[in-house]
Design a protein around this ligand. Structure first.
Ligand code: PDD
Length: 285
């Protein structure tokens, strides 16, 4: 089924939408993006995604004002026009088009594109069975806090994982886990503490991570923000990822070693239910 997408102010059938071959998003990955979940036709954590978008744009010096462009209105319009009940909205803002040059143009007009993707997020079979991960070195650049479209290495790692018959890679730096290929990584220790890497330029500051930590603290779960090793993952009671589309999903194996019982556990199941219930109660429409 053909979607209606949005490019630079226009709503178009997807086959009619295009961007310039000189777009710096294509040539240099000179672009930032956001993925916002949609459940029950409403947006999950829209304001937090917009705040991170503004930060990413500012870090790269891309002159684009999300409010002036009424991104909220565009998100709503795309949900309505595509009759989207559950799935995601992808938004990308590039610096714009200019003759190819390593010098960033001072005057380019940003390219803005959004599209919807229908997907089952709440009843996700991966969350029911649990994910198996392998570890690999984190060879990405060192500004992972900026949500740029430089996704080649994460895409290579995800593909490698699938080729090896598992679900994802957890990337390692200096002996500790940074992130999954497109998610934040967390463990729950045998004494019931949620351990998650602290925010820095090493990882994307996940919107789902932030919400889950808030809900976990409200539920009186101890939270420890620090780096952890693969050995700690192997010794953990449970492990999980967070992302806009995976929500909270259990990780049940790392490098062939079962984590805890080797099956999705109760603490992560509780966090997932809590996250979905709280998100539903706060949807933006
Ligand atoms: N990715 N870390 C990385 C490297 C990510 O790409 C993502 C999200 C996250 C989780 O962030 P959030 O909770 O804000 O979605 C962490 C999105 C979903 C993607 O690229 O599809």
């Amino acid at each position: 089924m053909s979607r209606i997408v949005h490019v630079n102010g226009a709503y178009l059938p997807e086959a009619e939408a295009s961007v310039s071959i000189f777009d710096r998003g294509l040539l240099f990955a000179d672009a930032v993006y956001e993925v916002t979940a949609v459940i029950d036709g409403g947006l999950v954590d829209f304001d937090a995604h917009q705040r991170r978008l503004r930060r990413s744009l500012a870090e790269l010096g891309i002159a684009f004002d999300p409010e002036a462009a009424d991104l909220r209105g565009i998100h709503r319009e795309l949900i309505a026009r595509n009759n989207l009940s559950e799935g995601l909205i992808y938004l990308q803002v590039s610096r714009g088009s200019a003759d190819r040059s390593f010098v960033q143009p001072a005057q380019a007009t940003p390219t803005v594109m959004l599209f919807t993707q229908a997907q089952a997020l709440v009843d996700n079979p991966e969350a029911a069975r649990g994910l198996r991960v392998i570890t690999r070195p984190d060879l990405r650049w060192h500004r992972r806090d900026i949500k740029t479209t430089q996704l080649l290495y994460p895409s290579m790692m995800k593909s490698l994982a699938v080729a090896e018959g598992v679900d994802d890679v957890w990337m390692l730096e200096a002996g500790t886990v940074t992130e999954g290929s497109s998610s934040n990584a967390h463990i729950i220790t045998r004494d019931g503490r949620l351990v998650t890497r602290a925010l820095s330029n090493d990882i994307l500051h996940g919107i789902t991570r932030a919400a889950v930590l808030d809900y976990a603290r409200e539920a009186a779960l101890a939270v420890e923000e620090r780096a952890f090793t693969p050995a700690e993952v192997m010794a953990a009671e449970e492990a999980f990822i967070t992302s806009a589309t995976a929500f909270v999903s259990p990780v049940v194996e790392i490098d062939g070693t079962p984590i805890g019982s080797g099956c999705p556990g109760p603490a992560v199941a509780r966090l997932r239910s809590l996250y979905i219930a709280e998100s539903r109660a706060r949807l933006s429409r």
